[in-house]
Design a protein around this ligand. Structure first.
Ligand code: ZN
Length: 462
């Protein structure tokens, strides 16, 4: 089995790995690079392989850094089948449509700015990677649906089995196995591995064994705080800010984190731990994602699934306002003493930037970061203690209270990654989806396995 690496190599975003075995070329994920402008500029570059030569794409989950370049793959000639779970298929459509919208807006914005400054317009540099029609074409490539634990025949004796990764709704680790020289060989792609003990999703599952794993290491060098104290910290932060008449801004990823926070806010209000207050879900994408969550009880842990099938809505926060359109979102500007959930999670775009512009200078307001913040993003600047940040060409002083609560991570921490790895006992371990120093720390802890940390374009025989 020949593996080659085309994204998330010694970095966290842009997952894309190519496996050649038994005459098949199988791509696992095809994600966008995210974070700095330089990284994002690389998204238009060639893939490093011929898209037409790929037979099948196995998609681990619907996060943009795993599915975001699929429309480009199809635009550049991929005509094979995309295989994933039913929930991932729905969420991926939402995520890719949102990306197409954003790219269109950004391209228009850049071309207006260039025209205004009298610069020559470079049409290629301004073009979005893909548009809504390209997303439609990519959706046509989605074929068979994967059920957890049931092998899917990919032809030529190659099989793929999806295991619940417990990361976001529909997420999976994927085991690919094939006969080679009379022996069955296998490689497991971790996708992103979730946390055990979450309220909505099951704990991550692992395949019984594999000859090699390609494994994420996002939090390979740190331990998360346990979940319960993190929920209490969230309640304390919300309670204090609402009491003093400030707003609580929660920059949130639209998938998983938004639904979890809604779940905890509902629980907190029902238990009397939080006061009656207004909660704004100010993210069209999170609103749509929450609808998709309600349609997939098969992905929930048993108690939450039973409640949902019983007609109990885990996301029905008392005092919840959803604001899909711009006018209702803008009306939030006048609000005081409310909780506002808005995207993007790393504050690199989206409505949260308007709320930050209005609230960061207010000492009575609070910003609560509940997710991963990549280097170079606005979220990371604020978390790292910036006194002043730049928003919409303005200098905004940071006087609001800032909380970073990392116990909500949808990613496994070091201990959980080690546990996942130990359950599979692979002779070869290929680390991806992590910063280099993190992978080195994590790799140093692994025993009885050959550890590889491939760079972009590298290949390996397993
Ligand atoms: Zn992910």
């Amino acid at each position: 089995m020949q593996l080659s690496f085309h994204g998330a190599d010694r970095e966290v975003t842009g997952s894309c790995h190519l496996l050649a075995c038994a005459g098949k070329r199988i791509l696992v994920d095809c994600g966008l690079r995210q974070g700095s402008r330089e990284l994002e500029a690389e998204n238009a570059a060639p893939f490093g392989f011929d898209p037409q030569s790929v037979d099948i794409v196995l998609l681990t989950h619907a996060h943009l850094d795993h599915c975001g370049r699929l429309p480009l793959l199809v635009k550049r000639g991929f005509r094979g089948e995309i295989v994933t779970t039913s929930a991932t298929r729905e969420l991926a459509q939402l995520v890719m449509l949102d990306a197409a919208h954003l790219q269109g807006e950004e391209a228009e914005h850049r071309s207006r700015r260039n025209a205004h400054h009298g610069h020559a317009i470079d049409e290629v540099a301004l073009a979005p990677l893909y548009d809504i029609a390209d997303v439609g074409a990519a959706m046509q490539r989605f074929g068979r649906t994967a059920d957890y634990g049931r092998p899917i025949d990919l032809g030529s004796g190659v099989r793929a089995t999806f295991f619940d990764a417990g990361h976001i709704l529909g997420s999976a680790s994927v085991l690919v196995d094939a006969m080679e020289n009379g022996r069955r060989r296998s490689v497991c792609f971790s996708g992103d591995i979730g946390n055990a003990g979450r309220p909505l999703l099951r704990a991550p599952q692992t395949p019984p064994s594999a000859d090699a794993v390609v494994m994420e290491t996002t939090y390979g060098s740190r331990l998360h705080k346990p979940m319960r104290p993190s929920i209490e910290e969230l309640y304390d932060a919300v309670f204090a800010a609402v009491k003093r008449g400030g707003n609580v801004l929660i920059p949130t990823f639209a998938l998983e984190r938004a639904q979890e926070i809604l779940y905890f806010l509902r629980e907190g209000m029902e238990r009397g731990r939080l006061p009656a207050m207004r909660v704004f879900l100010d993210s069209p994408m999170a609103i749509s994602a929450t609808e998709i969550y309600r349609r997939h009880p098969e992905c929930f842990e048993p108690e939450a699934a039973a409640a949902l099938r019983d007609g109990q809505d885990p996301f029905a926060v008392p005092g919840l306002h959803v604001t899909p359109d711009v006018a209702s979102s803008e009306a939030i500007a006048a609000v005081k003493g409310a909780v506002i959930l808005a995207g993007s999670g790393m504050a690199t775009g989206g409505r949260i930037r308007h709320h930050l512009q209005r609230n960061l200078a207010r000492p009575e307001s609070t910003v609560v970061f509940v997710g991963y913040a990549a280097a170079g993003t606005l979220a990371r600047q604020i978390i790292d203690g910036a006194r002043v940040v730049h928003l919409f060409g303005e200098e905004v002083p940071v006087r609001a209270q800032v909380y970073t609560i990392n116990g909500f991570s949808a990613h496994a921490d070091q201990a959980e990654l080690l546990r996942w790895h130990a359950a599979i006992r692979p002779p070869t371990t290929i680390l991806v989806h992590g910063e280099m120093n993190v992978m080195q720390t994590f790799g140093g802890l692994l025993q009885n396995t050959r550890v590889e940390m491939p760079g972009p374009g590298d290949s390996l025989e397993v």
